[in-house]
Design a binder for this molecule. Sequence first.
Ligand code: XIL
Length: 323
Amino acid sequence: VRALRSAASSRGLYFGAAIQTATLGDSRFRASVARDCSVITPEWAMKWDSIAPSRNYSYGEMDQLASFAARNGLTMRGHTLLWHKSLPRWAASALASNRDWALIDDHFSKVIGRYGSQVREWDVVNEPIEPNHGGNGLRRNQFYQAFGEAYIERALESAKARAPRARMVINEYGLEYNSSYEGQRRLSLLRLLERLRSRGAPVDTVGLQAHLDLRKGNVYADGIYGMMRDIRGMGLKVAITELDVAEANTGLSIERRDALVADETRRYLDIVLQFNNVLGVSTWGLSDSHSWLRTQRSVANRGLPYDREWQAKPMHSAILTAF
Ligand code: XIL
């Protein structure tokens, strides 16, 4: 089978995957990552609550990933500087009582200072959109509570000052399907990007998580196409950052399940990869042996390019042919 990274690079794109530090103990995992990827995303190790569960930062797990990347000539996606789900308790309470940007700035300076030389794209703000929280479409997270909408712009500026040559990314989910909720999510994201651009905030890339989900039907071509066109119209790049496919019916035959997963992957990539402002594609894991979909739901999913025995599945060829 052809390596995903070489198929991608023949189109001027990169291919990457999210990696849990523990999987580095598995030699098959290491070999496949080195073969298929030119970029890795720390699935958990770089998040604030992983790197600083207490005020004392502990870099051990993240350092392991970073040195694996360095040894294999891989770059990393910086995932993620600010995410409402990974704020450690100590930081949450400091933020709530002091509303002091120095806390955020200090975190950015530690993480970017240590890993910045290996990172070309920083997911500066992860998942800021939630139309159900209010009229401006923004999630009322801990950062919003402390600083209002300005937290997004400030975060972009703080990160940019420390990583002037890296891409500054807003990374978001829930933008793929034809429900009124996902329609509002697309609109809210576009509006945020417009506001940021009009204020001159240093955002240059949109991260589309792309957690596809067959329980929601099939991806909504018109909605995705329109969103991509508007993003490109603003002069922004796009990265597909967390591609995987949650299954609707795990009771079907393996062949049928794998075909449905591959079809959905192809449908999505065929729309997004028509656009010339796409930088690359990352999947959220590489083999079904380690997939967050497993912890999300009680049943094992087949939503990644390789199965548990490292056999390439139809999803793998769907990605290859989409490139
Ligand atoms: C998930 C990881 O896969 C899990 O292992 C972890 O426990 C929680 O985070 N959107 C994101 C990712 O941006 O960081 C999330 O990753 C999945 C959803």
